[in-house]
Each structure stands twice: as C-alpha cells, then as structure tokens.
Design a protein around this ligand. Structure first.
Ligand code: RET
Length: 298
C-alpha cells in the first residue's frame, strides 16, 4: 500500500492524556474590541464634544483677562474629542503581536501567537492633554516656571515610555519601559504634591483648600491609569472592552469633570483670582510691536 503524506500528517492531534503539540502552528488569536467597547468609545466622543462646547461657551462669558483656564480646559476636551473620534471610527489603533509559551511536563513547550489591539491614539491624546492638565494645576498653585518645566517634561516622558511599553515584545522590554514611565510619574507626583503645595501655601485660604482637593483628586485618578495599563496592555488579564470602559471612565473624570469643577470654582473665586493683562490680553504693546518697513526708512 502506498502511504500518502496527507494520511499521516497530525493536524489536530487529540489524546486523553495531554495535548500533543502539532507541527502546524496554531492560528493567531486576535484580541479586539466588541460591541460594548465600540459603543463606549462613541459615548465618550459625544461627552467630550459637548463639554468642549460648554467650556468654549464659558470662556466667552468671562473677560479675556480671566480666560486662561477656560481655554486650556477647552483644548483638553477638544483633543480628547478628536482622539476618541479616531478610535470610534477605527483609526488610531493596530494589532500588537506577541507569543505566549506554555510549558508542559512531558512534551516540549507550545507557543501561541496573539494579536491584541493597541489604541495608540490615546497616547497622542495624553501626550498633549496631560501637560495641559498639569498647567491648569500649576497655574492655580502658582508653581515656578522651573518646576512647571520639570513636571511637563517628566509627564511627556511618562506617556512616551508608556507607548513604548505597549509595543514591547519581550517582558523585559515591556516592563522595563513601564518602570521608566512609573519613575517619571513619581516626578510628576512630587511636583504636584510637594512643590505645588509649597507654592500654594502663599495664596489665600480658598485657593489653598481648592488646590488640595483638586490636586488630590487628580493624583488618585492618575494613579489608577498605570494599574489599568498593567491589567490590560501589560499582563493581558482584562479584555479590550474592559480596558476601553476603564479608560473611558477615568478620562471623563480627568477631563470634563475636572474641567467643570475647576472652571465653576475659578469663576466663583474670580474676585480673588489674578487677571492677566499684557501680551495675553492686548498682544504686543506699541513699544514691542514689530513695524514692517522700519528698516527701509532708516
Ligand atoms: C501609563 C503606563 C505606563 C506607566 C504609567 C502610565 C501613566 C499614565 C497616566 C495617564 C494619565 C492620563 C490622563 C488622561 C486624561 O484624559 C502611560 C498608563 C505611570 C498617569 C489624566
């Protein structure tokens, strides 16, 4: 009898003892968002859009000298609106592939390749909006320029190293980048909790109490992000839908809720809050104006 190779090729070998690894690799398992995740992304698009409109509306109701916080906060939700619009319509994401190895007692280890969705649009959003959120808090506290710069640079390092962590192929690479991001985050925490508190100590009691509450709220919220990251993109414990919902709740608290709280309180304290004149309100004064054609006359 002639034995054809197809007759012996063990494509899906089964046994009652233990799974026998096949010579044909298992197909890649794709881990992606479902219906709930997609709907959640659209809900956030709408909420970020509406809050942006509300913040721009609030900005127009106060004189330009008092508009800095309104404008910063409206920009924050506008960026989030755009990034959520990208994610909801299927942009700003791709599959990150990795292999999980399972060891067995009697047979050689088996390998399974996975592709999990990474929503990289988040990191673009966060790299712009978290510095703006920090600026809101730093200006409220009256933080020095030097401290603001350190906080913002540390913050950008945190987000970018977080992005590298999301695409890490080996555990060492992934968790190595994660560790750098956490160290950068500690610098941000230090600037808000220590330098920020010292700076606000010279202000009136209302501002002091308000900074303590809103900076405390921010620090608690921001600390949940790396925990969600570790459970989702890090250790792949929770589903992509769960990851989308968790970040959606955090983003809504960190941006629109934070924004309304900041602006309503700021407007109610507006008699004590500083008024920005100079370039912010009037552009370059006559002395600083560049006049076209000055050189030609000379
Ligand atoms: C990552 C993963 C790496 C470790 C750390 C992280 C921290 C992220 C933070 C994000 C804050 C985002 C906000 C968004 C508002 O919409 C990058 C998740 C520490 C703190 C406030």
């Amino acid at each position: 009898m002639i034995i054809h190779p197809d007759m012996v090729k063990p494509i899906h070998a089964t046994t009652s003892v233990a799974p026998i690894p096949t010579v044909i690799p298992n197909p890649i398992i794709h881990v992606h968002a479902g219906d709930t995740g997609h709907k959640t992304l659209w809900v956030v698009v709408v909420l970020m859009g509406l809050s942006s409109l509300a913040f721009y509306g609030m900005a127009f109701r106060v004189p330009v000298q008092k508009r800095l916080f309104h404008i910063l906060t409206a920009f924050i939700t506008t960026f989030a609106f755009l990034s959520y619009f990208a994610m909801a319509t299927g942009d700003g994401k791709n599959y990150h592939y990795y292999t999980e190895t399972e060891t067995h007692k009697r047979v050689p280890p088996t390998h399974q390749k996975f592709g999990r969705e990474v929503y990289w649009a988040r990191y673009i959003d966060w790299s712009v909006t978290t510095p703006l959120l920090l600026l809101d808090l730093a200006l409220l506290a009256g933080l020095s320029g030097a401290n603001i710069l350190v906080a913002i640079v540390a913050d950008v390092i945190m987000i970018l190293t977080g992005l590298f962590a999301a695409y890490g192929t080996t555990d060492g690479q992934k968790w190595g980048w994660y560790a750098w991001a956490c160290i950068a985050y500690l610098v941000v925490v230090y600037q808000l909790a220590s330098s920020g508190r010292a700076a606000v100590a010279t202000k009136d009691s209302k501002t002091k109490a308000f900074y303590a509450s809103i900076a405390g709220f921010t620090l608690i919220l921001w600390t949940i992000y790396p925990i969600i990251w570790a459970l989702s993109e890090g250790a792949h414990i929770i589903s992509v839908d769960a990851e989308i919902i968790a970040y959606a709740v955090l983003d809504i608290l960190a941006k629109p809720v934070f924004g309304f709280w900041l602006l309503f309180t700021h407007d109610s304290m507006s008699s004590t809050s500083p008024s920005l004149e100079g370039f912010w309100a009037n552009g370059f004064g006559s002395q600083g104006t560049l006049r076209v054609g000055d050189d030609d006359e000379a």
